[in-house]
Design a protein around this ligand. Structure first.
Ligand SMILES: [Zn+2]
Length: 172
């Protein structure tokens, strides 16, 4: 008796579809926006940024911009992950605004992201500050980090409109 051949069944889920990944990115970015809104009015002339770090589908750290001379949103999220004893290496960092890349009142967030070994960074808008404006993203990419831009861009521009208005109508 010959054994019937089993029908070809594709049980492999394969890589996550682009659409599913985009929806996930938007969901995490909206959480980052909610965090950033909490910092509004407390950041001086800095943007009120929100940041979420995700590893294996769960948040390991989150934060928002602290008052001037204190940590930016990314650095706050790293501190939060440390406090909670979570590893961020290989994770994805969601930030409403491009990470800064120069020594201002605090060290550059781009270098902190590179040093901590994040695999991917998802950005809502570019920082129109003349000393950043795409250079933060360029530093991350040069270090081999995957960067996805413009996630929830209009929502980010909307919640940051007060800060962006100082840079002209096309900023962000
Ligand atoms: Zn920064």
């Amino acid at each position: 008796m010959s054994k019937p051949l089993s029908p070809a069944v594709s049980s492999s889920p394969g890589p996550a579809s682009g659409a599913a990944m985009a929806a996930q990115d938007e969901a995490w970015m909206r959480l980052a926006i909610e965090l950033g809104e909490q910092a509004k009015g407390h950041t001086g002339d800095n943007p009120y940024v929100g940041c979420v770090i995700v590893v294996d589908g769960r948040v390991v750290g989150s934060g928002y911009t602290q008052p001037p001379y204190q940590p930016h949103a990314e650095a706050s999220a790293f501190l939060d992950a440390e406090r909670r004893g979570h590893e961020v290496r290989g994770g994805t960092l969601y930030t409403t605004v491009e990470p800064c890349c120069f020594f201002g009142r605090t060290p550059p967030c781009s270098q902190a992201i590179i040093e901590r070994g994040l695999a991917r960074v998802v950005v809502g808008i570019r920082d129109p500050h003349p000393r950043v404006n795409g250079q933060g993203i360029a530093q991350l990419r040069a270090a081999g980090i995957e960067v996805t831009e413009h996630v929830c861009r209009e929502e980010v521009r909307s919640y940051l409109s007060g800060w962006l208005s100082g840079f002209g109508p096309d900023a962000g």
